[in-house]
Design a protein around this ligand. Structure first.
Ligand code: ZN
Length: 243
């Protein structure tokens, strides 16, 4: 259910794995994504189960309509209805107790918090989002609300690693031209991209020093959903909230 959990100065970070839900193959068991073809009732039940295991009210979890872009939504409460959910790949709040959630299956989930200012953010950084700068955009939105990059605690969750994310040579060159830290090579010696390394390099340049990276590679782990391994599959979630 909850694969990784950590609390730092009243900021809570959690990442799910694929087990503990009520879903059937190919979404077994804890698919939390509403746009991957799974039964909406199952997804609703899974979201309740995951929230309760974290001590959260499921109605106080903010989800995004993720589109691999760099738009940031600033929120101070849950969306009124599904039709109100904007297309965004980062969400920021200054409201303590409100949980922000990001869905992934290989992309890098990024959770950020300035516990002193009481500002939290969740971002979805795949290859396009990392290049587009969704994470720096989230940090800028946090700063506008009073966050200080040097106080931000950043955690990236389970994602496909640089040794597994094979891409054509031209694509690697394109990515590396924007973010050199994302230049990688697969375990079998072909061009690859390391999105998580790119995200951490971006955060480093912004002055975010308290950073940690999940050791889990979704493509290598049978306990996690991986789009590149399974194509039709579920979505993991990262959650962040402040006391
Ligand atoms: Zn890997």
């Amino acid at each position: 259910m909850i694969g990784q959990r950590e609390s730092v100065s009243g900021a809570h970070f959690a990442f799910t794995d694929r087990w503990g839900g009520v879903g059937a193959a190919p979404y077994e068991e804890l698919n939390l994504g509403g746009a991957v073809g799974d039964d909406p009732e199952v997804v609703g039940t899974n979201r309740e189960l995951a929230a309760k295991s974290l001590g959260l009210d499921p109605a106080q979890v903010v989800w995004m309509n993720q589109v691999h872009g760099a738009d940031v939504a600033v929120v101070d409460g849950p969306w009124g209805s599904a039709s109100e959910i904007p297309s965004a790949d980062a969400v920021v709040t200054a409201r303590r107790g409100l949980a922000l959630a990001v869905l992934t299956a290989d992309c890098t989930p990024v959770l950020l918090a300035d516990p002193v200012a009481g500002i939290a953010a969740a971002a979805h950084a795949g290859r396009p989002g990392m290049i587009a700068g969704v994470v720096p955009a989230a940090v800028r939105a946090m700063a506008e609300l009073g966050a200080e990059p040097s106080r931000i605690v950043a955690r990236t969750g389970p994602a496909v690693c640089g040794r597994c994310y094979e891409v054509p040579d031209a694509m690697r060159a394109e990515v590396a031209a924007v973010e050199p830290a994302a230049h990688a090579e697969t375990g079998w010696g072909t061009p690859a991209v390391d999105v998580t390394a790119g995200v951490h390099a971006q955060l480093e340049r912004l002055g975010v020093r308290d950073r940690e990276q999940s050791p889990v590679c979704t493509l290598e782990s049978g306990d996690h959903f991986s789009y590149r391994r399974e194509r039709t599959t579920g979505r993991l979630a990262g959650y962040i909230w402040l006391d």
